[in-house]
Design a protein around this ligand. Structure first.
Ligand code: G6P
Length: 457
């Protein structure tokens, strides 16, 4: 099998002596697939060399680590990559699929966008060519995500013998939103994805894709089969990641700051779709409405830096920082800091937060799945309550056991946080046990098997 994704299993860092060392890539797809593909002779992972060090390592012919995944990293032209990644993938497709556009102002498809689109096409072409040139006859190819939506059609044209699936990890926009795209873009994306079998985390996104494809291509257009298949964390892998001295040290540091107070945690990338500002506004309202909770609760926002080359992300980070500061200015006392805002890129710290939390707030405006909502209950040791947005794909699986959050309704979110904080021990225990069962229902291996089966029709 060949897995094709923009972000790959490794990233390289240059050592002082000019050599390169390989580190694990980031993100949910990498954590899910790495253990499954490691040491499999029949698996190759094609991905982009993302940073400068990655590109230099590939150009220097640095081999990928042995015992890991057999990876082929593509050293793409940096300018073309930027157009593909920053402008089209993150600046347009991400915003479109997550419903983040402020349509009075954005997007604006000008001449510069046309050049960027050429960059997107060209990077998709490089990925497709790598597969076309390297794939054995009749191979199965699993293409991942919106950054590579044009690859399926390129493969269908260049190598009709291949069995191709495209899997989207984000939501997919609906038929009215897809009309925001220029026709040449909408048509290329939809016709490419319609040329193969497509997978999504939930039936909701699959339905949205089918409706969008028919909107763009016509009611009678042929659209390939769609399927919904999701994955959660591998419990054994997660447990091993938690059982480390680094995580213990982070738990101890958190305990020292929180003491015997209740702890609300959120753990996200610094990302517009995560709805971080409304989370603080809901917490502010909670403290306003419930005097008894003041000094008795702490909200730790554990936020990893993300896509800092995009101005929207930098502006959003400012908003987040200001919203957190406002809560602290309004409520802090000499020995109580209501909000801890931690922006270190530190996985051990994030795991520690999940372990120690009494309430986990996951309130995205829209999310393909949201792996944190599934990892949280498995990592947690305190029968923590999950407050989960109904707009996250994971809500479909967890809705019986979580408290549902309407992510735009700050009053309702505050009420859900309150319900979580005052819930009886018995109910917490029942819900947490159910969450643990549900979070283990779709291990990554089953998700991979589904893709392989779907590819072979
Ligand atoms: C999240 C999404 C994925 C997406 C990835 C890209 O993990 O769930 O669908 O592919 O972000 O992140 P990146 O940092 O590579 O832009």
């Amino acid at each position: 099998m060949i897995v094709v994704s923009n972000r790959g299993p490794f990233r390289f860092a240059r050592n002082d002596d000019g050599t390169f060392s390989a580190h694990r890539g980031s993100g949910g797809v990498v954590s899910a697939l790495m253990p499954l593909l490691a040491n499999r002779e029949d698996a190759t992972w094609v991905a982009a060399a993302i940073g400068e060090d990655d590109r230099a390592a590939v150009l220097a012919g640095t081999p990928t680590p042995t015992g890991g995944v057999h990876a082929k990293l593509l050293a793409l032209d940096p300018t073309t990559s930027r157009l593909h990644y920053d402008v089209v993938s993150n600046g347009v497709l991400w915003f479109l699929h997550h419903g983040l556009f402020d349509l009075a102002r954005r997007p604006r498809f000008d001449r510069r966008f046309r050049e960027a689109w050429e960059g997107y096409v060209s990077v998709n072409r490089s990925f497709a060519d790598a597969v076309i040139d390297g794939a054995p006859e009749g191979e199965t190819v699993l293409v991942q995500d919106y950054q590579l939506a044009l690859v399926p059609q390129m493969l269908a044209q260049g190598r009709p013998d291949l069995h191709v699936v495209h899997f989207t990890h984000t939501p997919f926009c609906g038929p009215s939103s897809v009309r925001v795209l220029p026709e040449y873009v909408a048509h290329s994306l939809c016709s490419s994805m319609a040329s193969c079998t497509t997978g999504f985390h939930t039936e909701r996104w699959a339905r949205a894709f089918r409706a969008s494809a028919h909107e763009v291509l016509g009611e009678d257009a042929g659209v390939g089969p769609t399927f919904a298949a999701s994955f959660g964390p591998d419990p054994a892998v997660l447990a091993a990641e938690i059982a480390t001295p680094e995580v213990d040290a982070e738990i101890a540091a958190l305990e020292a700051r929180v003491g015997d107070r209740q702890l609300i945690v959120r753990s996200d990338r610094m990302e517009l779709s995560k709805n971080i500002v409304r989370g603080f506004q809901a917490y502010d309202l909670l403290l306003e409405e419930h005097e008894k909770l003041r000094e008795r609760v702490v909200f730790a926002a554990l936020l990893n830096p993300s896509r800092e080359s995009l101005p929207e992300y930098l502006a959003y980070r400012n908003e987040v920082e200001q919203a957190a500061a406002r809560v602290n200015e309004r409520w802090a006392t000499s020995d109580w800091e209501p909000v801890i805002l931690d922006q270190r890129d530190n996985y051990a710290r994030s795991l520690a937060g999940l372990v120690r939390s009494d309430v986990l707030l996951v309130n995205p405006v829209r999310d393909g799945l949201n792996l944190i909502a599934l990892e949280g209950p498995l990592a947690n040791r305190r029968d923590g309550v999950l407050c989960l947005s109904r707009e996250a794909g994971a809500h479909d699986e967890l809705h019986h056991a979580c408290l549902t959050v309407q992510p735009f309704d700050v009053v309702q979110t505050a009420a859900a946080l309150h319900e979580a904080l005052v819930m009886s021990a018995a109910e917490r225990g029942t819900r947490a046990a159910e969450l643990r069962t549900l979070a283990q229902a779709n291990p990554p291996a089953a998700w991979l098997e589904t893709q392989l089966r779907q590819a072979r029709g």
